[in-house]
Design a protein around this ligand. Structure first.
Ligand SMILES: Nc1nc2c(c(=O)[nH]1)N[C@H]1C(S)=C(S)[C@@H](COP(=O)(O)O)O[C@H]1N2
Ligand SMILES: [Mo]
Length: 457
């Protein structure tokens, strides 16, 4: 084993179409099959690599010219490195240029009313770097001047709010703040899969999903400051400042708990313009459309508003022909991100099956993983922290024997809800929905190591 194994881990393949010129990162194995204690085997292999690397770096090796005093070291171990970065804001390594959010060719007619997907298959842990957060815009994004932006809090009728207020961003940032980790998932995530398998990779099947630490002020604080009547009020209308006039109804019951935030921070800095700078609503557990960006108005009322974004869009066409409205909580769901569609296993042997699980109703309680198309299930290890309405990372040890297998993950949350199969979901929902598909995902690992998106009927 030598240090070249590191680059083997970065081998890329670029299947046609969706992946762009860079392809995606594959995974690689270090230990061979046949070892009964495969974890110890993998660790031993890693230790050997480390010690031979150390030996290579400390032992003088004869140069081509035969001068034994010249060390056979890479440039970066001999010369002077670069000075502190001059651009003031760091960027990823140039070797990581394949790590990108991507658009789906042909999905939408304009990029202003479109979506970019987060590269779930190449991320670690639970936090989405802000530059890789998925985007969903109804009429393009704006870099709104925070010194001119305002947020109004008013009532639908006289008396609903005693003294309507208009806040500047500075005024909101002076108030007591909280920081919390939450996932955001577009209600249309995995929507193309209702009818059948539609896309090749986890990026496109599940990448309208991201997770950040959000910082802001509980919306209830602003309502109380404005003297809101929290007995008469039952619902809030949230309105964005972009041309789409995006508006959604949020039940006051969810706001009273203090979890709905008027956020300005994302992962330790201000929100990115694409994600709603300078203010966005954070509605933990609710589908993305309720997380209104460029938030400019909050109105307290006593009934749901039935706006275009909840009466006509984001509704579920049921088998009986009726539409289901206001299904805004994202139910428990999970996906294996490695190995996943478009990746290639380079060899049989040990792999860490890893993925993400989440629930809009609370904490992930367990994740079971099957490597035989759902016949047998093993409990995966949940990585801490396991937070409410937040992505949870799971892992499972697995040795691939080189035969075709179907990998699946099935999450349950702390309400006892279990993620359904496609068959179970279609029995209730039919096949004509777009939104709210939380079915169990299947990945087929073929004999040649290539991983494909499949569905079991
Ligand atoms: N003002 C405004 N808010 C918006 C949208 C929008 O187009 N305009 N899109 C919504 C939808 S459908 C989703 S899924 C999320 C996406 O948030 P993101 O772009 O930060 O990922 O924002 C929601 N909030
Ligand atoms: Mo969305």
């Amino acid at each position: 084993m030598n240090t070249n194994d590191v680059s083997a881990g970065r081998l890329v393949r670029a299947p046609e179409g969706f992946l762009g010129p860079e392809g995606i990162r594959t995974v690689f194995s270090q230990a061979r099959t046949g070892r009964r204690d495969f974890i110890r085997g993998a660790l031993a292999a890693a230790a050997t690599a480390a010690s031979s690397l150390a030996a290579a770096q400390s032992n003088p090796a004869p140069s081509a010219g035969g001068d034994p005093n010249i060390l056979n070291l890479p440039e970066h171990s001999k010369g002077l490195g670069q000075g502190v970065a001059t651009d003031g804001y760091g960027k990823p390594s140039r070797f990581e240029s394949n790590l990108q959010r991507r658009q789906s060719p042909g999905l939408t007619q304009t990029t202003q009313s479109s979506v970019s997907f987060a590269p779930l298959q190449s991320m670690f842990g639970i936090v989405t770097p802000s530059g890789l957060h998925f985007e969903r815009h109804h009429q393009g994004w704006w870099d709104v001047d925070p010194s001119r932006h305002r947020l109004m809090v008013n009532g639908s009728s006289p008396g609903m709010v005693a003294k309507p207020l208009v806040f500047t961003v500075d005024e909101i940032m002076r108030l007591p703040s909280v920081s919390r980790f939450h996932f955001i998932e577009c209600g249309a995530n995995t929507g193309m899969e209702w009818g059948n398998v539609a896309v090749p990779t986890a990026q496109y099947s599940h990448g309208m999903l991201s997770c950040s630490e959000f910082t802001g002020v509980p919306l209830i604080t602003l309502l109380e400051m404005a003297g809101a009547d929290l007995k008469k009020g039952k619902f809030v209308l949230a309105e964005g400042a972009d041309g789409s006039s995006l508006t959604r109804t949020i039940p006051l019951s969810q706001i009273l708990s203090g979890e709905v935030l008027v956020a300005y921070g994302q992962n330790g800095e201000m929100l990115r313009p694409e994600n709603g700078y300078p203010l966005r609503l954070v509605v933990p557990g609710a589908q993305g459309v309720s997380w209104v960006k460029y938030l400019r108005r909050i109105e307290l009322g006593d009934k749901p508003y039935a706006t275009k974004d909840e009466a006509v869009h984001y509704i579920d066409l049921m088998p009986d022909g009726l539409h289901r409205q206001y299904t805004s909580i994202q139910e428990c769901k999970s996906v294996i991100t490695t190995p996943s569609g478009g990746q290639v296993l380079l060899d049989r042997g040990y792999y860490n099956i890893t993925g993400l699980a989440w629930s809009g109703r609370g904490k992930v309680a367990r994740v079971d993983v099957s490597v035989d198309g759902g016949r047998n299930w093993r409990a995966a290890r949940l990585e801490t922290p396991v937070l409410s309405k937040c992505l949870t990372r799971f892992n499972l040890d697995w040795v691939w024997d080189g035969k075709p297998v179907i990998l699946q993950s099935r999450a349950s949350d702390d309400t006892g809800y279990v993620q359904p199969s496609y068959r179970q979901n279609r029995a209730v929902r039919g096949t004509r929905s777009i939104y709210h598909n939380n079915s169990i995902q299947s990945w087929l690992v073929q004999e040649n190591g290539e991983v494909k998106n499949v569905q079991l009927s």
